[in-house]
Design a protein around this ligand. Sequence first.
Ligand code: NAD
Length: 321
Amino acid sequence: MTAGLAVAIVGAGRMGQEHAAALTAAGDRVRWVIDADPRSAAALAGAHGAESGTDLDRLLATTTPDAVVIATPSEQHLSQALRCAHLPTLLEKPPWLGDQDPTPLVAASRVAGRLVAVGMTTRFDPAICSVQKAVSAGRIGQVLSIDDTINFVLGDESLPAWYHQPHHRGGGIVQTNGVHALDRVSWILGELPRLVTARAGSTARTDPIEDSATIVLTTDTASVTVNVLWSQYEPPPTRLTVVGTLGTATAFADGSWQVTTIDGTEQGAAAPDRNNYLTQWHAFRAALADPRAPSTIPTVYDLVGPMTLLSQTIATLDIRG
Ligand SMILES: NC(=O)c1ccc[n+]([C@@H]2O[C@H](COP(=O)([O-])OP(=O)(O)OC[C@H]3O[C@@H](n4cnc5c(N)ncnc54)[C@H](O)[C@@H]3O)[C@@H](O)[C@H]2O)c1
């Protein structure tokens, strides 16, 4: 593995700070920070002894980072990733918006030796990982159904304003959280399900975007329901449940998990100290060090199927206030 990568972070908000802490903990170095807001760039750069700037193209013209992390608002991802695709890149999700054409980015990422990975961070949650492993090992038999529920309490100031903007600006719960569910149910199933129906609503009633959605998917043998909710009240717990012909596997929000079969129950304890960003960064480093080894971090190419589902979902959404 390459020692001590000099990394550029693009977007110094909440996620930029998470990635900066994770890659530093892994022994790498934040060397440059780019943010449209010079104060945000300077604040994160100052915390890491890095250089700050506001111009990504200028950075790319004058330096060659060992890796780039893109953690800007979602509507920036496609164009920025295209500019960085010649460098090892970790791109935050969603890798593009539901109404954007990713073909040039996918093509650029498929050039031999390139790594353009996507931060589908919940794939690195110990509970989700354990469920995926149990299913792929055949422990619960053939999957009959998956129920993936992602719920958050959301106060008025919980998220930066852009999350509340229309889909073509990157906002909405489907693009923000639904993308995790669409990716991980496809990963757990080992195949891309088909969209049956999607329905969305607004509990806050003030946003031009949905804050709740139900997406129903199917395969030839399994049905899948995705529920996502940003609520003003305490919502039902976040959890993912897979039911199979030989047993059931559940991932809980605290990192704990349970697999129950006719032979008994196996459980994993809550993991309050887990750092999914750090685990993800280790996976990114491993993929970089050995491009031929089976990789646990998805690339933009791997996201084409789930993002097609996301596009179809957004196209069929019917916002109900
Ligand atoms: N993987 C996960 O689990 C996870 C969790 C939360 C958010 N995210 C994703 O991370 C991304 C960032 O989310 P966030 O909550 O940190 O947002 P944020 O608004 O807190 O941070 C974004 C930063 O990007 C800067 N910025 C805006 N336009 C820019 C541009 N053109 N060039 C450079 N900088 C620019 C902003 O000034 C801001 O500092 C989003 O796409 C979001 O979907 C991923």
